[in-house]
Design a protein around this ligand. Structure first.
Ligand code: MGD
Ligand code: SF4
Length: 727
């Protein structure tokens, strides 16, 4: 028998229907009747843009959630997903009570337990790990607001290792590359000044399908004002359809295009010479480096006409410095991602757009002091040096590397806490490693709202209540206008679910660590913090969002010297850090692998109705988009003899098949690629709507390319073909 069999939570879940009474059906929100309407201030948690909103209830039941007009993240409008987020409260498939893994008659199962029993089990196993191996052997994987509480708890215990998949599977290459170039990352929300841009270049960024509310609004604003949009994408995406130039690039060759653009800007003297002389170092090295990479060379790599490459480079220069080469967001593609993102950073520097209107603004957040509580002791050992010493330029945890160090009896990590991240579908190529880790780890705790697939490996599953039922930390993001926003509960937690702050604090009590959580209720923390900045919880319950004056300028002040946080104190076109660690100090192009005969590049992305896998089971959003489709070019469809709307399976070169997925034949994709929306293909039947709906891209990824600079997982180097149902 396996030490930890993969379990589905089947025995535990109620068999209720979709509880239509709570939502009034799955289509439009019901109009209020004659009941009592109440409002509560909240912050949307359906994605990480965190738009401030107002929740309306009628007679204590959900009615609707709408944007808070005072919030610069949404300007009073929520996106589709944010509006549908209300159904996450009433989803009948939610986790209901804590469960622990037990063995009965030689068979493993989950047993419902009280919170006290769950905490005793976790604390017992944590103590055993500490006795046998040390207190620093537990890793935290987290993707959400409440993760902070578990980070504090584990740090207080002695375990400091943590990772967010939003680094190594998403933004890590760009944060690393911009950090190496400008001394600071792009941050979230992205510091892009699109409303003032006169030229915007999107490289594989499908804003409009990938919805980050105010970012879409500012893109539309720029287009209304006549900005030139250039979209580089193998697929005719939504922004491609709004573009003056669509560059249907061969997948994986973007760095070749970026180098050619630099070649044109430098050789035609179109770059911002004054800005470069004032702020940059390494220009001469860069100018020499890009000489071979002219548009004719790039044509052979990218398939893009040299004339088009020159024309678009000139359009960028004409609008500069109000030209934004967008840094992208999910940028872990082909493994050379930090180099590609460095090329994007350098191009922006050549155009003088960093720190200038229409390029990148300078972020500022509210100076909000932490609640007075003891600081957790520092780590006994430098876990980063032990675990991810191969990536000295990375200061945060690399999720896939932490997993590498959790496999086998000699592995560093012996326990995991997993908060709000479904590692199985999130980290590509991880499935067999997860099975091995499950064999060697002594403890796996999952905190989730839904029976996500990862719960199948847990020893203990803890149900968190949804964002509509809890307080969380104040939203305080570095951005253009410093604001605070409050998430307050509109409902009491359903079933036995609890907020993360309560779970972490109560577990701390079982570990004799309560001194690190010296509050009874999180309202105390919020009110204390707000009072330090001249507000209060009562005020924020009323207004929801509060703006604060900036202390620093939004853009660089003309003529003023700027000190950048790089070794030279300047924008590093030639990176000293990269040179010092044995990497290419100037961006290097690595040609991508091409698909074997009969196979296609596996391209994937987002849809306006869903956020990754977390919303597929949401009754309202499921109704909007119940399955994904696979986009196929007509010429490829003819060769494969598949028809529009037909169900097929995707198969990778290793023979792994996907769920059934419908074919969408369209000219909007290159003949060498197929495309599907990520997040579908759930395999746990307890998510009754999502189960079996559409296909999962992650399960097909067989060729994961590790970025040598930041250690993340390049996910675009895999190939698939289509298999007909009758084949
Ligand atoms: P989700 O898949 O949405 O996001 O990957 P994840 O962070 O894993 O799963 C999030 C989990 O959080 C779900 O199980 C959900 O039920 C749970 N959850 C939602 N709300 C709450 C809450 O309030 N509390 C708790 N405790 N749990 C909650 C995202 C990651 O995936 C990212 S950021 C990117 S950019 C990558 N995208 C991507 C891709 O496009 N394709 C492939 N193949 N892999 C990808 N991996 C990365
Ligand atoms: Fe919610 Fe949409 Fe805003 Fe994301 S962009 S926080 S889903 S409203």
């Amino acid at each position: 028998m396996y030490r930890r069999e993969f379990l589905k939570l089947s025995a535990l879940m109620g068999s209720a229907g979709l509880l239509p009474g709570l939502l009034g059906g799955c289509s439009a929100p019901p109009l209020p009747g004659s009941g009592e309407v109440a409002t509560r201030r909240t912050v949307c948690n359906i994605c990480f843009w965190q738009c401030a909103a107002t929740l309306y209830t009628e007679n204590g039941k959900p009615w609707k959630v709408v944007g808070n007009p005072k919030d610069p993240h949404c300007n009073g409008r929520l996106c589709t997903r944010g509006t549908g987020g209300i159904a996450s409260y009433s989803d009948p498939d939610r986790l209901r009570q804590p469960v622990i893994r037990v063995s009965r008659n030689g068979k493993q199962t989950f047993q419902p337990v009280t919170w006290e029993e769950a905490f005793d089990t976790i604390a017992g196993k944590m103590r055993a790990i500490a006795r046998e191996h040390g207190r620093d052997r537990i890793a935290l994987f987290s993707h959400g607001d409440g993760g902070k509480h578990f980070q504090r708890l584990l740090q207080a215990y002695g375990s400091h290792a943590y990772a967010h998949p939003s680094f190594a599977q998403c933004r890590g290459p760009r944060e690393t590359a911009f950090g190496l170039t400008f001394g600071e990352g792009v941050g979230s929300p992205d510091r892009t000044d699109m409303a003032n841009s006169r030229c915007i270049v999107l490289i594989g960024s499908h804003i409009g399908e990938n919805l980050h509310n105010s970012q879409v609004q500012t893109l539309m604003q720029a287009l209304d004002q006549g900005a030139t949009l250039i979209t580089v994408d193998p697929r005719f995406s939504v922004p491609a359809s709004k573009s003056r130039h669509w560059l249907p690039i061969k997948p994986g060759t973007d760095t070749a295009l970026l180098l050619a653009w630099m070649n044109v800007l430098i050789n035609e003297q179109l770059y911002d010479r004054t800005y470069v002389e004032q702020h940059c170092s390494g220009f001469d090295e860069l100018a020499r480096h890009v000489q071979p990479y002219n548009p004719e060379w790039a044509y052979l790599e990218t398939g893009l006409e040299p004339a088009l490459i020159r024309e678009t480079a000139r359009a960028m220069a004409q609008a500069a410095p109000a030209t934004l080469i967008h840094p992208g967001r999910h940028v872990t593609w082909y493994g050379d991602d930090t180099q590609r993102c460095r090329a994007i950073a350098i191009l922006n520097a050549l155009l003088g757009s960093w720190g200038r209107p229409g390029g990148f603004y300078q972020q500022e957040k509210v100076d909000l002091p932490p609640y007075p509580a003891p600081e957790p002791p520092g780590p006994e050992r430098d876990w980063k040096a032990i675990v991810q010493g191969d990536y000295p330029l990375v200061s945060t945890g690399i999720s896939n590397v932490l997993i590498d160090h959790s496999v086998g009896p000699g592995a560093f990590f012996k326990g995991w806490f997993i908060y709000a991240t479904n590692l199985i579908t999130t980290i590509p190529g991880i499935r067999s490693q997860l099975k091995q880790a499950a064999e060697s780890l002594d403890l796996i705790v999952v905190v989730d709202t839904m029976p996500a697939e990862i719960t199948g490996y847990a020893d203990v599953v803890l149900p968190e209540c949804t964002y509509l039922e809890r307080y969380d930390d104040l939203r305080n993001k570095a951005e253009r206008t410093p604001t605070l926003a409050l998430r307050s509960p509109g409902f009491s937690p359903r079933f036995e679910s609890k907020p993360a702050w309560w779970i972490a604090k109560t577990l701390a009590g079982h570990l004799d660590l309560e001194e690190y959580f010296p509050w009874q209720d999180y309202r105390e923390v919020l009110d204390w913090q707000l009072r330090q900045v001249g507000s209060s919880l009562a005020e924020m319950e009323h207004v929801g969002v509060k703006a604060f004056p900036r202390k620093t300028p939004v853009y660089f002040e003309p003529g003023k010297t700027v000190r950048f946080n790089t070794p030279s104190g300047r924008i590093e076109l030639y990176s000293q850090h990269l040179a010092g660690t044995g990497h290419d100090p100037l961006p290097k192009y690595t040609p991508p692998e091409r698909p074997p005969d009969g196979f296609f590049h596996l391209n994937y992305g987002r849809a306006a109705a869903h956020t990754f896998g977390r919303t597929i089971n949401n009754p309202l959003l499921f109704e909007l988009m119940p399955e994904n489709t696979v986009w196929v070019h007509p010429s490829a469809a003819a060769i494969l003899r598949v028809g529009n709307g037909e169900y097929v399976r995707l198969k990778n070169p290793e023979g792994t098949h996907s769920n059934r997925i419908r074919v969408r034949i369209t000219q909007r994709i290159r003949p060498d690629s197929v495309f599907l929306v990520h997040g579908f293909g759930h395999t746990d039947p307890r998510q009754r709507l999502a189960y079996g709906a559409g296909a999962d891209d992650a399960g097909l990824m067989h060729n994961i390319k590790i970025d040598p600079v930041m250690g993340g997982t390049g996910m675009r180097a895999s190939f698939v073909t289509l298999v007909r149902e009758d084949a």
